[in-house]
Design a protein around this ligand. Structure first.
Ligand code: AGP
Length: 610
């Protein structure tokens, strides 16, 4: 994973560049570093820990102006998060430095060859091999040495390379790991993602896979790494504002992002529906294909997978259609005969998740068409898809996905209404009714957020539990999975999501007075069944926290504590409402425990390695 930032230009103080690096910390934050050309020599500072700590180390040199610089924030793959393994890496003469995002699969054999040539290594990383490999091939041109070196690499890599011997040049390479170029006035940048350079420029080149770029302060040249020929490029102007990637007075990004959900729902509904009809302008060219499509698959990871799972229930309940869903890490290795009439829906916030991209590539090989439901429009996923539905949630910085989830859900519900209508698989009255009820979503979401104080109080009472079981049924089974995921990733409390009906087949053995059991027992066709499950858990002394619909005395009498959501006529809205309750619950539990909410340990926002 990791975040890369690079600069070549008229000169920028370290402080500005470290500010940009901070906005890449969602990609990894266990160690970080900076290498810059200072007085014709290579200056290097790196450490374990976060960019703020590095800033403190550099407090005396924050005003130092650099005209060539590479920076890195790391999510450890090879070697623990310590100073030696932190990037940038340098060669033995300290005149060459490199930052890397990705994994080099053949690094051990390359390392062996380099050791035989007398090279020494001070880290356990695969990345240090690349800098030494470039060194071994460097005669007079850094560009040529990098080209020769990358021809020997197997795996995925986004690289930034500088040398004190060529102090006006920044080299960038992209192969299966994202990298963009930012164009400024008398300065240019490279970065893993747009937010890192938003305060400097909005003019972006999305470097394509298999391309290398040579940047100096006044020009950018891009070539294909195989043919070595110069290629043309397109300059995009990004619309994201820097404020969108800031906390705006909230204590955490996660809290801010949860509170953005009603406004995002309004935006999605107004963008994708008009005159009582769902319409996706981006899908116009593919209506014939969609009409004729035979099989539908969903592939996604983590929270995005849960969104797809909820949407599967929605589609199958309201139409004669069905679909198959799997996590991308499994999907990519399954022997599925997809064929030309298949549609793969890939869901992803970042659009850079390695497994989801691999699943997409696998499906494309078999002739399937790809529809991506994705938040980052410039991402690899969107670029590799045949059609895309942008989820319009704006930058999500908190590692725990919240607003992206509800945006994915709503976009998928709307898409499935559109899809079922196109295929004549839904009755018009049902279509109209569902669309009308989805419009109530923003105000319902607002109500839940307004009741956040009650959830905070309940979370305090539950913070002492050492383990949680989340139970749900039907469309709220994936809600239980998502609730458990949110809690474990930010509070580190072991939490399992389970289909409530499966409880008796094993997990019930775990229930005793020390186990908190969160039951999503909202009003729907399976409500009675959930009540029975609550009884069973309670009989074994489990401490029940029930998510219930307003007015449900039966459930509230059974539960130790209840979180009440509005009673809705269309029960398909329940997963949206339960999600906000469970997000707030996880947030306040983690806050009570003093956890690092936006950047939980061991995680990274975007999982760009397998
Ligand atoms: C959710 O809170 C997680 N951080 C994680 O499960 C995430 O949803 C998953 O890694 C998928 O990411 P993507 O949506 O960017 O593909």
């Amino acid at each position: 994973m990791c975040g890369i930032l690079g600069y070549v230009g008229k000169g920028r103080p370290f402080r500005d560049l470290l500010g940009g690096l901070t906005r890449l910390e969602y990609r990894g934050y266990d160690s970080c570093g900076i290498a810059a050309i200072k007085n014709d020599k290579l200056f290097l500072k790196k450490r374990s820990g976060k960019v703020n700590q590095l800033k403190k180390d550099l407090s005396k040199s924050l005003k130092t102006v650099s005209s060539l610089c590479i920076l890195h924030t790391r999510w450890a793959t090879h070697g623990k998060p310590n100073r030696a393994n932190a990037h940038p890496h340098i060669n033995r003469e300290s005149n060459l430095s490199l930052v890397h995002n990705g994994i080099i699969e053949n690094f051990l054999s390359l390392k062996k060859e380099l050791l035989a040539k007398g090279y020494k290594f001070s880290s356990e990383t695969d990345s240090e091999v690349i800098v030494n490999l470039i060194d071994s091939l460097y005669t007079s041109s850094l560009e040529e040495a990098v080209l020769k070196a990358i021809a020997k690499l197997k795996g995925s890599f986004a690289l930034g390379v500088i040398s004190s011997s060529e102090p006006n040049k920044l080299i960038a390479v992209r192969k299966s790991s994202p990298l963009i170029i930012g164009l400024g006035k008398n300065e240019n940048f490279i970065a893993s993602d747009v937010p890192a350079i938003l305060s400097f420029t909005k003019r972006i080149i999305y470097l394509k896979d298999g391309q290398m770029a040579m940047l100096n302060k006044g020009s950018v040249r891009i070539c294909d790494i195989k043919t070595k020929r110069k290629v043309a490029y397109k300059i995009d102007t990004v619309k994201i504002k820097l404020e969108d990637a800031q906390k705006k007075g909230y204590t955490h990004f996660m809290l801010k992002e949860m509170f953005e959900q009603p406004a995002i729902s309004t935006k999605i509904l107004s963008s994708y529906s008009k005159n009582q009809k769902v319409h996706f302008s981006g899908l116009k060219g593919c209506e014939t294909f969609l009409k004729q499509s035979k099989k539908v698959y969903i592939s996604a990871c983590g929270t995005a997978y849960h969104a797809g799972y909820v949407a599967k229930y929605f589609l199958e309940k309201h139409s004669s259609l069905n679909l198959e869903i799997d996590t991308s890490s499994e999907f990519r290795y399954r022997q599925i005969e997809m064929g030309k009439n298949s549609l793969l829906i890939a869901i992803s916030q970042s659009g850079e998740t390695a497994d989801t991209l691999a699943a997409v590539r696998q499906a494309k090989k078999q002739g399937a068409k790809i529809l991506s439901v994705c938040n980052v429009v410039g991402s690899s996923l969107v670029k590799e898809s045949d059609f895309a539905i942008p989820t319009l949630a704006g930058p999500e910085i908190g590692v725990a996905s919240t607003k992206a989830y509800s945006a994915q859900l709503l976009c998928l519900f709307l898409f499935f209404l559109y899809f079922a209508k196109l295929k004549g698989a839904i009755k018009n009255k049902e279509y109209q009714g569902l669309l009308k009820s989805l419009k109530k979503l923003p105000s319902l979401q607002r109500k839940i957020l307004a009741g956040g104080k009650d959830i905070r109080r309940i979370a305090k009472a539950f913070s002492k539990f050492g383990s949680f079981l989340f139970l749900g049924r039907g469309i709220n089974y994936p809600s239980a999975l998502e609730g458990a995921l949110k809690l474990k990733e930010i509070s580190y409390i072991p939490a399992e999501g389970y289909a409530a009906g499966e409880m008796k087949h094993g997990p019930i053995a775990l229930i005793d007075e020390y186990r908190a059991v969160v039951c999503i027992a909202v009003n729907d066709n399976l409500h009675e069944k959930m009540l029975s499950n609550i009884q069973e858990a309670k009989a074994r002394k489990g401490k029940i926290l029930a998510i219930i619909s307003k007015g449900d005395k039966q459930a509230s009498n059974l539960a130790y504590k209840s979180i009440v959501i509005p009673k809705v006529d269309n029960t398909d809205l329940n997963p949206f409402l339960a999600a906000i309750c469970l997000q707030l619950f996880a947030y306040y539990v983690a806050k009570n425990l003093g956890c690092e909410i936006d950047q939980p340990r061991n995680l990274a926002k975007s999982v760009t390695v397998e």
